[in-house]
Design a protein around this ligand. Structure first.
Ligand SMILES: [Fe+2]
Length: 368
Protein backbone atom coordinates (compact mmCIF):
# COMPACT_ATOMS: atom_id res chain seq x y z
CA UNK A 1 0.00 0.00 0.00
CA UNK A 2 1.31 3.41 -0.87
CA UNK A 3 2.30 6.04 1.64
CA UNK A 4 -0.82 7.95 0.54
CA UNK A 5 -2.95 5.14 1.96
CA UNK A 6 -0.97 5.22 5.19
CA UNK A 7 -1.64 8.92 5.35
CA UNK A 8 -5.35 8.18 4.88
CA UNK A 9 -5.25 5.72 7.77
CA UNK A 10 -3.44 8.19 10.02
CA UNK A 11 -5.98 10.85 9.07
CA UNK A 12 -8.96 8.57 9.76
CA UNK A 13 -7.47 7.54 13.12
CA UNK A 14 -7.07 11.16 14.05
CA UNK A 15 -10.62 12.04 12.94
CA UNK A 16 -12.04 9.20 15.03
CA UNK A 17 -10.09 10.43 18.06
CA UNK A 18 -11.35 13.98 17.54
CA UNK A 19 -14.89 12.62 17.52
CA UNK A 20 -14.23 10.66 20.72
CA UNK A 21 -12.84 13.74 22.46
CA UNK A 22 -15.66 15.95 21.15
CA UNK A 23 -18.17 13.63 22.84
CA UNK A 24 -16.57 13.96 26.28
CA UNK A 25 -15.41 17.56 25.93
CA UNK A 26 -18.34 19.06 27.94
CA UNK A 27 -17.74 16.66 30.87
CA UNK A 28 -15.42 17.00 33.86
CA UNK A 29 -13.31 14.21 35.34
CA UNK A 30 -15.90 13.40 38.00
CA UNK A 31 -18.52 12.80 35.30
CA UNK A 32 -16.09 10.67 33.27
CA UNK A 33 -15.64 8.43 36.31
CA UNK A 34 -19.31 8.24 37.28
CA UNK A 35 -21.19 4.97 36.95
CA UNK A 36 -24.53 6.12 35.54
CA UNK A 37 -25.92 2.66 34.86
CA UNK A 38 -24.97 -0.95 35.73
CA UNK A 39 -25.35 -1.88 32.05
CA UNK A 40 -23.06 0.86 30.73
CA UNK A 41 -19.38 1.56 31.42
CA UNK A 42 -18.18 4.78 33.00
CA UNK A 43 -16.77 6.91 30.16
CA UNK A 44 -13.25 6.76 31.60
CA UNK A 45 -13.33 2.99 31.06
CA UNK A 46 -14.40 3.40 27.43
CA UNK A 47 -11.62 5.90 26.80
CA UNK A 48 -8.94 3.71 28.38
CA UNK A 49 -10.31 0.63 26.62
CA UNK A 50 -10.22 2.37 23.24
CA UNK A 51 -6.54 3.24 23.78
CA UNK A 52 -5.69 -0.14 25.28
CA UNK A 53 -7.28 -2.03 22.38
CA UNK A 54 -5.26 0.17 20.04
CA UNK A 55 -2.09 -0.58 21.99
CA UNK A 56 -2.82 -4.31 21.99
CA UNK A 57 -3.35 -4.58 18.23
CA UNK A 58 -1.46 -1.73 16.58
CA UNK A 59 1.52 -1.45 18.95
CA UNK A 60 2.02 -4.83 20.64
CA UNK A 61 0.70 -7.26 17.98
CA UNK A 62 1.75 -5.37 14.84
CA UNK A 63 4.74 -3.49 16.26
CA UNK A 64 5.97 -6.23 18.59
CA UNK A 65 6.44 -3.76 21.44
CA UNK A 66 5.99 -4.22 25.17
CA UNK A 67 2.88 -2.78 26.86
CA UNK A 68 3.27 0.68 28.39
CA UNK A 69 1.59 -0.26 31.69
CA UNK A 70 2.37 -3.93 32.28
CA UNK A 71 -0.77 -5.80 33.29
CA UNK A 72 -3.14 -2.86 32.84
CA UNK A 73 -4.72 -4.47 29.78
CA UNK A 74 -6.64 -7.02 31.81
CA UNK A 75 -8.82 -4.31 33.37
CA UNK A 76 -9.82 -3.18 29.89
CA UNK A 77 -10.76 -6.65 28.70
CA UNK A 78 -14.47 -6.40 27.90
CA UNK A 79 -15.14 -10.11 28.48
CA UNK A 80 -13.21 -10.36 31.78
CA UNK A 81 -14.86 -7.25 33.20
CA UNK A 82 -18.66 -7.06 32.96
CA UNK A 83 -20.01 -3.51 32.64
CA UNK A 84 -21.42 -3.43 36.18
CA UNK A 85 -17.90 -3.95 37.65
CA UNK A 86 -16.04 -1.38 35.57
CA UNK A 87 -16.50 1.58 37.94
CA UNK A 88 -14.39 -0.11 40.63
CA UNK A 89 -11.47 -1.28 38.52
CA UNK A 90 -8.02 0.24 39.02
CA UNK A 91 -8.14 1.85 35.58
CA UNK A 92 -6.37 5.01 34.46
CA UNK A 93 -8.18 8.22 35.23
CA UNK A 94 -7.91 11.95 34.61
CA UNK A 95 -4.47 13.21 33.47
CA UNK A 96 -2.95 9.73 33.51
CA UNK A 97 -5.68 8.52 31.17
CA UNK A 98 -5.17 11.40 28.73
CA UNK A 99 -1.41 10.93 28.56
CA UNK A 100 -1.82 7.16 28.05
CA UNK A 101 -4.13 7.81 25.08
CA UNK A 102 -1.59 10.23 23.60
CA UNK A 103 1.38 7.89 24.23
CA UNK A 104 -0.35 4.96 22.57
CA UNK A 105 -1.27 7.07 19.56
CA UNK A 106 2.31 8.25 19.15
CA UNK A 107 3.53 4.64 19.10
CA UNK A 108 0.74 3.59 16.72
CA UNK A 109 1.82 6.18 14.17
CA UNK A 110 5.43 5.20 14.64
CA UNK A 111 4.66 1.54 13.96
CA UNK A 112 2.47 2.46 10.97
CA UNK A 113 5.47 4.17 9.32
CA UNK A 114 7.35 0.89 9.15
CA UNK A 115 4.69 -1.65 8.13
CA UNK A 116 3.62 -2.94 4.74
CA UNK A 117 -0.19 -2.82 4.44
CA UNK A 118 -0.96 -3.29 0.76
CA UNK A 119 -2.90 -6.11 -0.93
CA UNK A 120 0.30 -8.17 -0.91
CA UNK A 121 1.15 -7.53 2.73
CA UNK A 122 2.04 -10.55 4.82
CA UNK A 123 -0.77 -12.05 6.89
CA UNK A 124 -4.49 -11.28 7.09
CA UNK A 125 -4.11 -8.59 9.77
CA UNK A 126 -2.02 -6.30 7.60
CA UNK A 127 -3.39 -7.25 4.20
CA UNK A 128 -5.42 -4.30 2.88
CA UNK A 129 -4.92 -2.64 6.25
CA UNK A 130 -7.50 -4.89 7.95
CA UNK A 131 -6.27 -4.32 11.49
CA UNK A 132 -6.35 -0.54 11.04
CA UNK A 133 -9.91 -0.68 9.70
CA UNK A 134 -10.82 -2.85 12.69
CA UNK A 135 -9.37 -0.33 15.13
CA UNK A 136 -11.17 2.55 13.47
CA UNK A 137 -14.47 0.68 13.58
CA UNK A 138 -13.84 -0.23 17.21
CA UNK A 139 -13.32 3.35 18.32
CA UNK A 140 -16.34 4.58 16.33
CA UNK A 141 -18.54 1.78 17.70
CA UNK A 142 -17.47 2.77 21.22
CA UNK A 143 -18.54 6.31 20.37
CA UNK A 144 -22.03 4.89 19.98
CA UNK A 145 -21.97 3.11 23.37
CA UNK A 146 -20.63 6.33 24.88
CA UNK A 147 -23.62 8.14 23.35
CA UNK A 148 -25.90 5.57 24.97
CA UNK A 149 -24.46 6.54 28.33
CA UNK A 150 -24.55 10.25 27.53
CA UNK A 151 -28.36 10.02 27.27
CA UNK A 152 -28.23 9.69 31.09
CA UNK A 153 -26.29 12.92 31.62
CA UNK A 154 -28.65 15.80 32.43
CA UNK A 155 -28.05 18.87 30.29
CA UNK A 156 -25.60 17.11 27.97
CA UNK A 157 -25.55 18.73 24.53
CA UNK A 158 -24.49 16.76 21.47
CA UNK A 159 -21.38 18.07 19.74
CA UNK A 160 -21.81 19.51 16.26
CA UNK A 161 -20.07 16.49 14.75
CA UNK A 162 -23.07 14.33 15.68
CA UNK A 163 -26.14 15.09 13.65
CA UNK A 164 -29.47 13.60 14.58
CA UNK A 165 -31.11 13.03 11.26
CA UNK A 166 -34.86 13.31 11.08
CA UNK A 167 -37.34 11.47 8.88
CA UNK A 168 -40.53 13.47 9.02
CA UNK A 169 -43.84 12.09 7.88
CA UNK A 170 -43.25 8.36 7.92
CA UNK A 171 -46.58 6.60 8.12
CA UNK A 172 -45.59 2.94 7.88
CA UNK A 173 -48.52 2.16 5.60
CA UNK A 174 -46.59 1.18 2.49
CA UNK A 175 -45.04 -2.24 2.10
CA UNK A 176 -42.50 -3.68 -0.30
CA UNK A 177 -43.12 -7.14 -1.77
CA UNK A 178 -40.05 -9.36 -1.98
CA UNK A 179 -40.19 -12.39 -4.23
CA UNK A 180 -39.36 -15.89 -3.09
CA UNK A 181 -35.91 -16.98 -4.15
CA UNK A 182 -32.28 -17.38 -3.29
CA UNK A 183 -30.53 -14.34 -1.83
CA UNK A 184 -26.84 -13.73 -1.20
CA UNK A 185 -26.32 -12.85 2.46
CA UNK A 186 -23.20 -11.54 4.21
CA UNK A 187 -20.02 -9.71 3.30
CA UNK A 188 -17.86 -10.74 0.37
CA UNK A 189 -14.34 -11.97 1.04
CA UNK A 190 -12.69 -8.63 0.12
CA UNK A 191 -12.82 -5.39 2.05
CA UNK A 192 -13.33 -4.84 5.75
CA UNK A 193 -16.07 -6.72 7.58
CA UNK A 194 -16.30 -8.59 10.86
CA UNK A 195 -15.96 -12.36 11.03
CA UNK A 196 -19.68 -12.77 11.90
CA UNK A 197 -20.67 -11.26 8.50
CA UNK A 198 -18.81 -14.03 6.66
CA UNK A 199 -18.78 -16.16 4.69
CA UNK A 200 -21.21 -14.76 2.14
CA UNK A 201 -23.71 -17.48 1.40
CA UNK A 202 -27.01 -18.12 -0.36
CA UNK A 203 -30.22 -18.26 1.66
CA UNK A 204 -33.59 -19.48 0.38
CA UNK A 205 -36.43 -17.11 1.29
CA UNK A 206 -40.19 -17.52 0.89
CA UNK A 207 -42.08 -14.52 -0.52
CA UNK A 208 -42.69 -11.82 2.09
CA UNK A 209 -43.72 -8.20 2.55
CA UNK A 210 -41.81 -5.67 4.58
CA UNK A 211 -42.76 -2.14 5.62
CA UNK A 212 -41.10 0.53 3.52
CA UNK A 213 -40.50 2.64 6.64
CA UNK A 214 -39.78 1.98 10.32
CA UNK A 215 -42.50 2.06 12.99
CA UNK A 216 -43.13 5.62 14.19
CA UNK A 217 -43.59 7.10 17.65
CA UNK A 218 -47.23 7.75 16.73
CA UNK A 219 -47.89 4.11 15.84
CA UNK A 220 -46.10 2.92 18.97
CA UNK A 221 -48.17 5.31 21.08
CA UNK A 222 -51.39 3.83 19.63
CA UNK A 223 -50.09 0.37 20.61
CA UNK A 224 -49.34 1.56 24.16
CA UNK A 225 -52.74 3.14 24.55
CA UNK A 226 -54.59 0.08 23.34
CA UNK A 227 -52.61 -2.58 25.19
CA UNK A 228 -51.00 -0.82 28.17
CA UNK A 229 -47.55 -1.76 26.81
CA UNK A 230 -44.49 -0.13 28.39
CA UNK A 231 -43.27 3.13 26.82
CA UNK A 232 -39.85 3.30 25.15
CA UNK A 233 -36.93 4.18 27.44
CA UNK A 234 -36.72 7.93 28.19
CA UNK A 235 -40.39 8.63 27.53
CA UNK A 236 -41.94 10.60 30.37
CA UNK A 237 -45.19 12.47 30.87
CA UNK A 238 -45.95 16.17 31.11
CA UNK A 239 -49.66 16.16 31.85
CA UNK A 240 -51.33 14.44 28.92
CA UNK A 241 -48.33 14.71 26.69
CA UNK A 242 -45.47 12.22 26.22
CA UNK A 243 -42.04 13.85 26.26
CA UNK A 244 -38.50 12.69 25.50
CA UNK A 245 -36.48 12.93 28.73
CA UNK A 246 -33.08 11.77 27.40
CA UNK A 247 -30.21 14.07 28.45
CA UNK A 248 -32.54 15.72 30.96
CA UNK A 249 -34.71 17.32 28.27
CA UNK A 250 -38.50 17.37 28.19
CA UNK A 251 -39.20 17.66 24.46
CA UNK A 252 -42.55 16.64 22.97
CA UNK A 253 -42.43 13.29 21.19
CA UNK A 254 -42.67 13.74 17.40
CA UNK A 255 -45.31 11.28 16.20
CA UNK A 256 -43.83 11.12 12.69
CA UNK A 257 -40.32 10.06 13.71
CA UNK A 258 -39.23 6.43 13.94
CA UNK A 259 -39.57 5.07 17.48
CA UNK A 260 -36.27 4.25 19.23
CA UNK A 261 -35.23 2.85 22.61
CA UNK A 262 -37.58 -0.11 22.40
CA UNK A 263 -36.45 -3.57 23.48
CA UNK A 264 -36.80 -6.68 21.32
CA UNK A 265 -39.67 -7.72 23.58
CA UNK A 266 -41.44 -4.40 22.98
CA UNK A 267 -40.71 -4.56 19.23
CA UNK A 268 -42.00 -8.12 18.96
CA UNK A 269 -45.12 -7.15 20.95
CA UNK A 270 -45.79 -4.22 18.63
CA UNK A 271 -45.40 -6.33 15.49
CA UNK A 272 -47.85 -8.96 16.77
CA UNK A 273 -50.35 -6.29 17.78
CA UNK A 274 -50.09 -4.83 14.26
CA UNK A 275 -50.90 -8.27 12.81
CA UNK A 276 -47.38 -8.61 11.47
CA UNK A 277 -44.02 -9.94 12.69
CA UNK A 278 -40.40 -8.87 12.87
CA UNK A 279 -38.40 -9.71 9.74
CA UNK A 280 -35.63 -12.28 9.97
CA UNK A 281 -32.19 -10.77 9.54
CA UNK A 282 -31.93 -12.44 6.12
CA UNK A 283 -35.22 -10.91 5.01
CA UNK A 284 -33.97 -7.55 6.22
CA UNK A 285 -30.72 -7.86 4.26
CA UNK A 286 -32.49 -9.13 1.13
CA UNK A 287 -34.92 -6.17 1.22
CA UNK A 288 -32.36 -3.58 2.27
CA UNK A 289 -31.86 -1.78 -1.07
CA UNK A 290 -35.59 -0.95 -1.23
CA UNK A 291 -36.17 0.43 2.28
CA UNK A 292 -36.59 4.04 3.43
CA UNK A 293 -36.03 5.62 6.81
CA UNK A 294 -32.74 3.88 7.50
CA UNK A 295 -30.19 5.35 9.86
CA UNK A 296 -32.43 6.69 12.60
CA UNK A 297 -32.50 3.58 14.73
CA UNK A 298 -31.15 0.03 14.60
CA UNK A 299 -33.92 -2.38 13.64
CA UNK A 300 -34.66 -5.50 15.65
CA UNK A 301 -35.04 -8.74 13.73
CA UNK A 302 -36.53 -12.05 14.85
CA UNK A 303 -33.15 -13.79 14.40
CA UNK A 304 -30.89 -15.17 17.10
CA UNK A 305 -27.23 -14.21 16.76
CA UNK A 306 -25.79 -17.33 15.12
CA UNK A 307 -22.71 -18.19 13.06
CA UNK A 308 -23.05 -18.35 9.29
CA UNK A 309 -22.24 -21.76 7.77
CA UNK A 310 -18.45 -22.04 7.52
CA UNK A 311 -17.82 -19.27 10.06
CA UNK A 312 -14.22 -18.78 11.16
CA UNK A 313 -13.35 -16.59 14.13
CA UNK A 314 -11.02 -13.75 13.08
CA UNK A 315 -9.02 -12.11 14.45
CA UNK A 316 -10.19 -13.08 17.95
CA UNK A 317 -12.98 -15.30 19.34
CA UNK A 318 -14.27 -12.66 21.73
CA UNK A 319 -15.61 -10.31 19.06
CA UNK A 320 -18.41 -12.61 17.89
CA UNK A 321 -18.06 -16.28 18.64
CA UNK A 322 -18.55 -16.15 22.40
CA UNK A 323 -21.92 -14.38 21.86
CA UNK A 324 -23.38 -16.88 19.38
CA UNK A 325 -26.50 -18.69 20.59
CA UNK A 326 -30.15 -18.05 21.35
CA UNK A 327 -29.50 -15.50 24.09
CA UNK A 328 -28.96 -12.49 21.79
CA UNK A 329 -31.17 -11.05 19.05
CA UNK A 330 -29.76 -9.46 15.88
CA UNK A 331 -30.35 -5.82 14.95
CA UNK A 332 -29.67 -4.50 11.45
CA UNK A 333 -29.12 -1.08 9.93
CA UNK A 334 -27.64 1.75 11.97
CA UNK A 335 -28.75 4.60 14.23
CA UNK A 336 -28.27 8.36 14.35
CA UNK A 337 -25.31 7.63 16.64
CA UNK A 338 -23.58 5.27 14.18
CA UNK A 339 -20.66 6.65 12.19
CA UNK A 340 -21.16 6.04 8.42
CA UNK A 341 -17.90 4.06 8.33
CA UNK A 342 -19.55 1.43 10.54
CA UNK A 343 -22.93 1.19 8.75
CA UNK A 344 -23.15 -1.41 5.97
CA UNK A 345 -25.92 -3.77 4.82
CA UNK A 346 -24.18 -6.89 6.13
CA UNK A 347 -23.35 -5.44 9.59
CA UNK A 348 -24.87 -7.46 12.45
CA UNK A 349 -25.47 -5.81 15.81
CA UNK A 350 -26.79 -7.84 18.73
CA UNK A 351 -28.18 -7.36 22.22
CA UNK A 352 -30.30 -9.08 24.86
CA UNK A 353 -34.06 -9.07 24.11
CA UNK A 354 -34.95 -6.99 27.18
CA UNK A 355 -32.44 -4.18 26.48
CA UNK A 356 -33.54 -0.76 25.24
CA UNK A 357 -30.62 1.52 26.11
CA UNK A 358 -29.44 1.07 22.52
CA UNK A 359 -30.89 3.26 19.76
CA UNK A 360 -33.21 0.52 18.61
CA UNK A 361 -36.48 0.56 16.70
CA UNK A 362 -38.18 -1.80 14.30
CA UNK A 363 -39.83 -2.36 10.96
CA UNK A 364 -42.55 -4.97 10.46
CA UNK A 365 -42.86 -7.77 7.94
CA UNK A 366 -45.34 -10.51 7.07
CA UNK A 367 -45.60 -13.60 4.92
CA UNK A 368 -46.83 -12.85 1.42
FE1 LIG B 1 -14.42 -2.72 22.72
Amino acid sequence: MSSASKAAIAEALSEARERTFALVEPLDDAQLNTVYSPILSPLAWDLGHIANFEELWLVQTIGGREPLHGELGRFYDAIENPRRTRGELPILRNEELRSYMADVRERTLDVLEGVEIGPDAEGPLLRDGFVYEMLLAHELQHNETMLQLLQLVDGYELPEAIEVQGDAGLDGAETVAIEAGEYEIGASARGFAYDNERPRHAVELAAFEIDRTPVTNGAYLAYMEETGAEPPLYWGRDGDEWVDTARGRREPIDAGQPVIHVSWEQADGFARWAGKRLPTEFEWEAARPRLDGLGHGWEWTSSDFLAYPGFEAFPYREYSEVFFGDEYKVLRGSSWATHPRVARPSFRNWDLPQRNQIFSGLRCARDA
